[in-house]
Unconditional design. Structure first.
Length: 639
């Protein structure tokens, strides 16, 4: 059963910590007993707490979202109460009026239910109801609920799964036990779907207003559900969303672990050290939002380590978010090496089952939907990456956490013009730590790529593109691996087969649906593969020591925009052992996004040269000619 009742009681219910607040009355001027009202899944719970005094049921049993809607209508009617001998009659008249109004409201929503009993007394309850409602949560169960909901808010089904992972044992219905915790101000319960300030249904979990209707077996009626976040568990109108009350959140927001030590594998460069000092200084001055614009491979993650350590040292938690699961996994491993495994927890894919509220939490932006509470610092890495860039629900979830937190830091290599204009503080890192300039891509124009735009439409496998063969020969000459980006996952398998036909044996393909994507990433990083064909899942946050990059059909719109091309070019030359390399944009005809990407890379090299951050051999070299003969811009098109 997923239905709730709306109730009111004229007699005062004396219960310390009760979540149902009395009507606002001037008790000094009007010496009367307060009026209580609320919603309940089990009327016997409130009847037992009221010591058997009668309850007035205002509505029939309705889903949670309708119960909370009706509660908002009932509250203004109980703000004042009559006094004297007419008090009881006025109260009963108000109850009758509210019942009629709520019945008409339910008809507007096409929700018809038989009317509820007018008054509920102890004699109306069965012995089984009293026994069920008498079961109070044990201290162990309460502790388990607190542990499961630290910095999170979960649906009832998700909370039940989390308690099972913690080994919590309880008797009776979980919903009734959770209602006891709601009564005692430990939990707060909200419907997953509710009306916003504009009178439209929206999802409380992800903020989306794309609400659909379907028949629900839980509540036995047509029920609204969110179509955007249903892959994270269906949020329905009858679903309860549980979180800790603000008082309990403040109580559990702090941790007791000592100040962590930072074990950096290398010293920060001058640009990184300056940026790190700017961030810490801005946070101490009370900055609420900071944007870091860093070149690909400049080590923008390392510049927030000092800020993270300071926040953790104050007893608060840090949340680091990234849009991609592969990037999250790599950052999780990296932060464990810097701060220690006891301080860091990762929330991505299968790692979510190991949830604990650690001082430093690394998660994908999808996990932000389930997170809650005030973090001392929220860091969003690659804020321009897909799917965060296009998914409104992810932006809403991260924005909610940013508003609750102390400081919000966004990091990107390709900030949008809007972000550059509206950021209150902008920190630049235009050069990489080794002092070498960013590789400027070469453009390879290949008319044979027309066959690769729709290879599934041809009867035979198209030949390997000449531009890819040229990039492969150049990479072999440089003793480098080749990472080939393709715009669609349907191109991965055909290109892998074409490479094998020209003699490349150690080659693999990977896309978002590949089950062995982690194994391929590790094998490529360790040099076991000569070439990898990948979609944009390898575009950000990954470092491969000996890699060159080729982008197939770089002119493909909507997939390879300016930001994506800059990020893919940024996979090259990230390490001190190989600070340079080659990047090729292969195309039938160059696009404006390709020109803009090359222009942005050259602009960052100019900024680094003016700031004196490049090695001495590159300071006085003109843009676009940083290493003559090796870096060719958009004007040096090859056939």
């Amino acid at each position: 059963m997923s239905r709730y009742f709306l109730w009111a009681a004229q007699q005062g219910i004396i219960l310390s910590g009760c979540s149902y607040l009395p009507a606002k009355l001037d008790v000094e001027r009007v010496p009367i007993k307060p009026i209580f009202y609320g919603i309940t899944p089990e009327p016997a719970v409130e009847l037992r707490f009221s010591a058997g005094k009668p309850l007035y049921l205002l509505s029939a049993e309705v889903p949670l979202w309708l119960a909370q809607l009706l509660l908002s209508m009932a509250k203004p009617r109980f703000q004042q109460a009559a006094v004297g001998c007419w008090q009881r009659l006025y109260f009963q008249a108000r109850v009758s009026y509210l019942r009629r109004r709520m019945q008409s409201q339910l008809l507007n929503w096409e929700y018809i239910r038989p009317p509820a009993p007018r008054v509920l007394r102890s004699a109306d309850m069965h012995a089984g109801d009293w026994e069920c409602c008498a079961a109070m949560p044990t201290p162990e169960l309460t502790s388990a609920v607190l542990e499961a909901l630290k910095a999170r808010r979960l649906l009832e089904s998700e909370l039940e799964t989390a308690l099972a992972r913690l080994g919590a044992v309880y008797d009776g219905q979980l919903r009734v036990l959770l209602h006891h915790l709601v009564l005692h101000h430990i939990l707060q319960r909200e419907s997953a779907i509710a009306l916003n300030s504009y009178g439209r249904l929206h999802c409380r979990r992800c903020g989306s207003d794309r609400i659909h209707w379907a028949w629900c077996a839980k509540c036995g009626s047509h029920c609204p559900f969110c179509g955007d976040c249903r892959n994270m568990g269906v949020a329905r109108g009858c679903s309860a969303l549980y979180s800790l009350t603000p008082q309990m959140q403040a109580h559990t927001a702090r941790h007791v672990q000592a100040v962590p030590k930072m074990n950096l594998p290398f010293a920060l460069s001058s640009a990184q050290a300056a940026a790190s000092e700017q961030i810490v200084s801005a946070m101490r001055q009370g900055a609420k939002e900071i944007t870091i614009w860093a070149a690909c491979g400049a080590g923008k993650t390392e510049v927030v380590y000092a800020a993270m350590r300071e926040v953790v040292g104050r007893g608060k938690r840090v949340l680091l978010l990234t849009p991609r699961r592969d990037v999250t996994a790599e950052l999780y491993a990296r932060l464990q090496g810097v701060f220690g495994a006891d301080y860091v927890v990762g929330l991505y894919g299968a790692a979510e089952s190991n949830y604990q509220a650690s001082p430093i939490m690394v998660a994908t932006t999808h996990q932000a939907i389930r997170l809650d509470g005030a973090f001392g610092l929220v860091v969003l890495d690659e804020c321009d990456a897909y799917p965060y860039r296009t998914e409104k629900m992810l932006q809403n979830a991260v924005g909610r956490l940013a508003r609750q937190g102390g400081c919000f830091i966004q990091m990107t290599a390709t900030p949008s013009p809007l972000l550059r204009r509206h950021s209150s503080r902008l920190v630049y890192i235009p050069a990489r730590h080794h002092g070498h300039p960013l590789p400027v891509p070469n453009v390879l124009q290949d008319t044979g790529l027309r066959l690769w735009r729709t290879p599934e439409m041809t009867q035979s496998l198209p030949p390997c593109p000449e531009s890819v063969i040229e990039a492969l020969i150049r990479s072999r000459r440089e003793k480098a691996q080749l990472l080939i980006f393709v715009p669609r996952r349907l191109l991965v398998a055909p290109l892998v087969e074409a490479l094998r036909q020209v003699g490349v044996e150690r080659v693999a393909g990977v896309h978002s649906g590949s089950e062995n994507r982690d194994e391929i990433r590790t094998a490529f990083k360790e040099g076991q593969l000569e070439a990898v064909v990948a979609t944009t899942i390898f575009e950000r946050g990954l470092t491969f020591p000996q890699v060159n990059v080729a982008v197939l059909l770089a002119e493909t719109r909507q997939i390879f925009d300016n930001a994506a091309l800059v990020q893919m070019a940024g996979r090259v030359g990230r390490t001190t052992t190989r600070p340079q390399g080659s990047v090729w944009f292969t195309c039938v005809q160059p696009s404006q996004a390709m020109r803009q990407a090359i222009e942005d890379i050259v602009t960052l090299n100019e900024m680094a040269a003016r700031a004196g951050l490049l090695a001495s051999g590159y300071v006085d070299v003109a843009p676009g000619k940083l290493k003559p003969g090796e870096q060719r811009g958009i004007g040096d098109v090859q056939a």
